[in-house]
Design a protein. Sequence first.
Length: 377
Amino acid sequence: MPPGSPLGPSARRNVGQSNVDLLTVELGDRAYPIVIGAEVLDDLGRRMAGHLRTGSAAVITNPTVGGLYLARVESALRTADFDVTTVEIPDGEEHKSLESLARIYDRLLAARLERSSPIVALGGGVIGDLAGFAAATLLRGVPFVQVPTTLLAQVDSSVGGKTGVNHPAGKNLIGAFYQPRLVLIDIATLKTLPRRQLLAGLAEVIKYGAILDADLFALLERELAHVLALDDTLVRHLVRRCCELKAMVVQRDEFEADYRSILNFGHTLGHAIEGLTAYQRYLHGEAVAIGMAVAARVSCLKGHCNRETAERITRLLERAGLPTGIPRECPEPQLAAAIAGDKKVASGKVKFVCIEEVGRTRFEYLGAPELAALAVQ
Ligand code: NAD
Ligand code: GLY
């Protein structure tokens, strides 16, 4: 590690020792590895062969990601004796749908995939959620491998086993918890990610710092410019740290009985804002950024944190180029109605994640009208 490295001493312990970082999500007989490194895509076949039976395999991707990385992935799999069928789904959240799922089933059944044949998701959270649900349900479950290529997917959605598709009645309404057998994260793929998508993913990294890790948050404050320049060592550290934190949460509460809801920080308001702006104006991470800034302010109004804590969170989001204010399209009554319609509302109350200080949270049960009134203050 050269002098003047962006990482502090605690980060230094964990990185730069080899060309990959290896974590394990400890879930008993469903434990699985997360492999993190730069330019590790070509190693996918060898890594899969170490965990899974070779033979037929499927890759699910979209034309954007496929155009960039599919040839390398197919070649890595064929070199390791996998016989590959690839299914391309059009790019976009609207294709995380039952129609796309039916297309995947049709193609993979025609290709005679077997119970031991893995499905590989090559793409962002849309492809990961869709391919994961296909893997959970095809032949009552085939092995699933995540190869996430967006920052959001690398730090959050590829780990933890939430899979599913959207329904005309709402987002992610059909799905299953289904853990992957391997997550392979090539941080070099972030170099082709559009900047707006990168920043939306960074909102989730900021979330992990805000709710669970004050050191991570302080690192982001100190080194934001290097993060945005995609400094390899720093990005690898951030991805690794977020995966460690996500693994810790999932190990403690895999099926979101209680503790896992901590990951919803910023999401209750974020989902409401996404819905009220017809999923057109904001990327998911951008809406979550607004939700986090407002949640921090609400925490302060409820007396759970001081004003400096709330301002620190808002300041970092703003410096990262993320939005933090509730848009005009979301006046209080509509906001209250949207919050009340959230699928996670129970007995009329939202389990709202409040900040106590950077790195520490508590749950507060709020009615939708009260939360909307606090949010617009
Ligand atoms: P996405 O999958 O739509 O990807 C964003 C865009 O980036 C797409 O156009 C994609 O084609 C493109 N892209 C992906 N990788 C690229 C690369 N390396 N280079 C260039 N372009 C690339 O969006 P996302 O933000 O990754 O995921 C959002 C989805 O994730 C939502 O459906 C959300 O519900 C889901 N999600 C799931 C979980 C979970 O725990 N399962 C958690 C958070 C979000
Ligand atoms: N992304 C939230 C969760 O996995 O629970």
